[in-house]
Write a protein that binds this ligand. Structure first.
Ligand SMILES: [Fe+2]
Ligand SMILES: [Fe+2]
Length: 258
């Protein structure tokens, strides 16, 4: 895993979030949209606000491995970026006249679930949330007629797409060490947990989705498609790591290397 490129990416991306300004752009959304969107964003704000202490502790376990050198530093910067999302969403909820939350049941379940097993599972649960976030922030970006919401969601969406790639590279390295049956079982439980999560999120954010004219089924369907795309790319990268493509040694019997 090229952890140095991720460290560079997170470092150069760090200044972006606090520069997104909402001042001078009053919210003109109708109440029927503003209130449920603000509440929904407050739930996501809480989800992004973790300190990542246990994730960092787990990351220390893989730190001695040669292909994960620097991963711990990358995870530190990744957690900082998620916290920047939390700050940005906090300002956005304020812009929408909403109230920040201290506790919320789906967030509590997610946090407990994330640290049940090991680093791979912690990353997987995080990844599940990020796959849902891809659809969620994309929906808000396209359907909320407010410049501040759109600016914030566009930036978070860009970041989350990078996070998906970051998790994909980590998981591919790990899955490449699994047996075929181990990988199959891992894929099955990932699919199941993702499917359950999307239904819970769709139900939890039903008022927001309804205000934006999106059905719960449609949201679930889009999340399912996001998962399928991710799984296909993950399989591709895992196979590459298991069976690296050998460059040809010769063409028509003529050696390419002297
Ligand atoms: Fe995030
Ligand atoms: Fe993320």
């Amino acid at each position: 895993m090229n952890t140095q490129s991720w460290i560079h990416h997170f470092q150069t991306n760090a200044a972006v979030h606090d520069q997104i300004l909402f001042e001078g752009q009053p919210c003109t959304l109708p109440e029927a949209v503003r209130v449920p969107v603000a509440h929904s964003l407050a739930i996501f704000q809480l989800g992004e606000s973790g300190t990542g202490s246990r994730l960092r502790r787990y990351a220390r376990e893989v730190a001695p491995l040669e292909n994960f050198r620097g991963y711990q530093r990358a995870i530190d910067l990744f957690v900082c970026e998620e916290q920047a999302h939390s700050r940005l969403l906090g300002r956005l909820v304020g812009h929408l006249g909403g109230t920040l939350l201290q506790k919320q049941w789906t967030n509590s379940v997610f946090r407990r679930l994330r640290f049940l097993v090991n680093l791979e599972f912690a990353i997987q649960v995080l990844l599940t949330a990020e796959l849902v976030a891809e659809v969620y922030y994309g929906t808000l970006y396209l359907r909320v007629e407010d410049k501040s919401v759109r600016n914030a969601c566009r930036q978070i969406l860009r970041d989350e797409m990078k996070h998906l790639e970051f998790q994909r590279q980590f998981l591919a390295e790990r899955l490449a060490t699994f047996s075929p049956i181990g990988r199959y079982l891992w894929n099955c439980q990932f699919r199941l947990i993702h499917a359950l999560t999307t239904r819970v999120v769709a139900w939890d954010h039903r008022a927001c989705l309804k205000a934006l004219g999106m059905s719960r089924d449609s949201f679930v369907q889009r999340c399912h498609q996001a998962h399928e795309r991710f799984q296909a790319r993950l399989d591709g990268l895992t196979n590459e790591l298991k069976c690296p493509i050998q460059s040809p040694q010769s063409v028509h019997g003529m050696p390419l290397q002297p």
